[in-house]
Design a protein around this ligand. Structure first.
Ligand SMILES: Nc1ncnc2c1ncn2[C@@H]1O[C@H](COP(=O)(O)OP(=O)(O)OP(=O)(O)O)[C@@H](O)[C@H]1O
Ligand SMILES: [Mg+2]
Length: 327
């Protein structure tokens, strides 16, 4: 199977503090054609910055310091912005976490979609408008013809998110990166957006990266999962393995924090403590300060991400039996 995306050794730091800061550290993964990779991790773990790195859209405050990013075999890291631009839209597109900030507030929805179609797809005005209408239908926007002439503020948050998806799909990209629908959306709307993404993916065999806090969402959509913690990969595995045999304590704790509606649990289990600050990453395992199983070696050097089985990797000494599980 060909990799649509291959990332290795990706390291991102604050531009102003390259020595003292760490946003992403030695992140590597690949996404095969037609595959859905779920990326999970708590707020601040670097999920959005990873997606922006791949798209070549890191804000100026952040800098890609090392690593390889290969899109359809084309090596992009270290190349000028123009090299990325060739791939953006056509080969890869991203749905941003904040739809309102990525839609142009003074431009009608239809115009925003047809711009992409005319620029990327080389369509004429009439064809582009027809295709824009089809795209709005595809993302299940009610009264799509009327919405073409609406401005973003006239739509609900969920509708705007759907418009963002339509724009992302306009140039028929191979890879779609969906940063989870804003948590500002209510849970029902979020679920509808995820259903939409899932059905679009199944219909077209789209290659997708889905970013979320929520392993419950991952279970529904992803083939493979990458767990990110404080800018490092904690674990990667097929989705079944993540649920049936998680190796990293962080993954296990994330699993315990999945809302269990059937059991009507009143409170979610949350992991005590917080993701470390980008200026004060622990020298060893970055999860060690919060890990219930931590032992002295965990705090000395960062554990390498190593294979436990085919396609299952973890960065934890305990996972490899190198530390005895405490009683
Ligand atoms: N411009 C910036 N200046 C300083 N720090 C930044 C900047 N942008 C991001 N960061 C830091 O980078 C880290 C990773 O941020 P990122 O937005 O990727 O997290 P995330 O996993 O997407 O979180 P969330 O789930 O809340 O969206 C965070 O600690 C964040 O504070
Ligand atoms: Mg984010």
């Amino acid at each position: 199977m060909t990799d649509v995306l291959a990332v290795a050794g990706l390291t991102v730091r604050l531009t102003a503090h390259p020595e003292r800061s760490s946003i992403l550290d030695d992140v590597g993964f690949s996404v095969a054609e037609g595959e859905v990779l779920g990326i999970v991790g708590e707020s601040g773990s670097g999920k959005s910055m990873l997606a922006l790195s791949v798209m070549g859209l890191l804000p100026p405050a952040l800098t890609l310091r090392a690593g390889r990013i290969s899109v359809l075999g084309d090596e992009l890291a270290g190349r000028p912005r123009e090299a990325w631009r060739v791939h953006r839209g056509r080969d890869m597109a991203m749905i941003f976490q904040e739809p309102m900030t990525s839609l142009n507030p003074v431009m009608r929805i239809g115009t925003q979609i047809t711009e992409v179609l005319r620029w990327r797809g080389g369509l004429g005005r009439t064809e582009a408008r027809q295709r824009a209408l089809e795209l709005l239908e595809q993302v299940e926007i009610p009264s799509p013809r009327r919405r073409l002439d609406a401005y973003p503020h006239e739509l609900s948050g969920g509708m705007r998110q759907r418009v963002m998806i339509a724009i992302a799909l306009a140039a028929s990209p191979k890879l779609l990166i969906a940063d989870e629908p804003s948590t500002a959306l209510d849970v029902t709307v979020q679920a509808q957006i995820l259903d939409l993404l899932r059905s679009l993916q199944r219909r077209s065999g789209l290659t997708m990266i889905l970013i979320t806090h929520d392993l419950g969402v991952i279970a529904e959509i992803a083939d493979r999962v990458m767990v990110l913690y404080a800018g490092r990969v904690a674990e990667t595995a097929p989705v079944r393995t993540i649920f049936d045999a998680p190796a990293h304590p962080y993954t296990r704790l994330l699993l315990e924090s999945i809302p269990d509606i059937a059991a009507r649990r009143e409170r979610l289990a949350t992991i005590p403590g917080a993701v470390p600050d980008v200026f004060s990453m622990p020298p060893g395992c970055r999860f060690a300060p919060r890990c219930p199983y931590r032992q002295a070696p965990c705090e000395q050097a960062p554990p390498a991400l190593r294979p436990l089985a085919t396609d299952h990797h973890a960065a934890c000494l305990l996972a490899f039996g190198e530390l005895a599980m405490p009683a």
